[in-house]
Design a protein around this ligand. Structure first.
Ligand SMILES: [Zn+2]
Length: 348
């Protein structure tokens, strides 16, 4: 394993700034309650005691080097309502895959249920990273490949097989649902989902942790892989935290833990924050994708069937926020990255 040294550009103050940008909540007047994100963030922060994106970036640079494989697991939403997934998740996974390839020469493998992969692949290629067959992936650099996460009773065995096959040094979960204490998956509005439609990402997280592989969870609700360490807080904070709307009555909080949890208002933004922190640590602004990339990624993602996860429409939006807001966040992160790694003498 190759170790990348932290350049020194990435410090706690910069980490705080990134974390602040990615937790701006923009909820509608009706529906889910407001004021949830900063409480989830505070709970994650109390546990981890440092800016979350900084922790994730530093851990990735410690554990992932040139040629190392990284599993990036994503894909939210389930049939019949959202047959090809949501726009939150694929773009964050694509940005991370691109950054890990470009920044450290790692080998990203995108993992999801078969139904979600077309939009994930399209987003990744729109970000400028070719998604190729396993054979080509083994033979060349500057590319990613995919793995289908099977469903039902084969899920847990397949999760372990994925680790055996690729021996990754890190597994990153972006907006990936995890089960509650009764083993039931939930939407944030409390509906239950079974392993017939949801990948057994919990088995992958647990097996990776048992094998000493770095695990990072990135989420925005508390029902995603990674929130297990603060499940009690999720139960307190979320509307359906203690009691879901399904017969299990266990609430939406997942019990699945990761080594590091990044909380953001939108999971893609959490991934972009980690990428910005990576860009700063590496002293390379090109590791963070551009606004033009972002626009193309969203367009391709929607074209392949992903929908806005709140509005359930194939529109240029993510969780009820518009395309301009996604690009605006990239603008702010890029300025932050440029200044964090730039030198300037005040001329007066
Ligand atoms: Zn339930």
């Amino acid at each position: 394993m190759t170790t990348n040294t932290d350049s020194g550009f990435l410090d706690a103050a910069v980490g705080e700034a990134i974390d602040s940008l990615i937790q701006v909540e923009m909820r509608f007047a009706s529906g889910l309650p407001r004021g949830v994100i900063h409480r989830l963030y505070d709970a994650a922060r109390d546990w981890q005691q440092a800016p979350l994106t900084l922790l994730a970036a530093r851990a990735l640079l410690e554990r992932v080097g040139k040629g190392d494989r990284v599993l990036i697991v994503t894909g939210a939403g389930a049939p019949p309502w959202l047959p090809h997934g949501e726009t939150d998740g694929p773009l964050g996974a694509a940005a991370l895959a691109r950054a890990l390839d470009l920044g450290v020469g790692a080998k990203p493998i995108l993992v999801s249920e078969a139904r979600n992969l077309p939009a994930i692949v399209a987003s990744t290629e729109a970000a400028g990273l070719a998604v190729v067959t396993p054979e080509v992936f083994d033979a060349r650099g500057a590319c990613a490949t995919t793995e289908v996460f099977t469903l039902g009773e084969n899920g847990p065995a397949d999760a372990r097989a994925l680790l055996e096959r690729h021996k990754p040094t890190a597994v990153i979960f972006v907006e990936k649902g995890g089960p509650n204490k009764h083993g039931v998956f939930h939407t944030i509005t409390g509906s239950g989902r079974s392993r017939e439609v949801m990948a057994s990402a919990d088995a992958l997280a647990d097996a990776a942790r048992a094998a000493g592989v770095l695990t990072i969870g990135i989420g925005d609700g508390g029902n995603e892989i990674g929130f297990g360490k603060i499940a009690d807080k999720v139960a307190e904070i979320q509307l359906f935290g203690r009691k879901c709307a399904c017969p299990c009555e266990g609430g939406v909080a997942t019990v699945v833990e990761t080594d590091i949890l990044v909380v953001a208002a939108i999971s893609n933004w959490g991934a972009y924050g980690v990428v910005a922190a990576l860009a700063i640590a590496l002293g390379r602004s090109d590791v963070l994708h551009s606004t033009a990339d972002e626009a193309r990624m969203l367009e391709y993602c929607v074209r392949l069937g992903a929908v806005d996860g709140i509005l359930a429409r194939p529109i240029m939006g993510v969780d009820g926020t518009n395309a301009a807001s996604q690009e605006a966040l990239i603008v702010l992160l890029h300025n932050l990255v440029a200044n964090a790694i730039g030198h300037q003498n005040r001329p007066f």
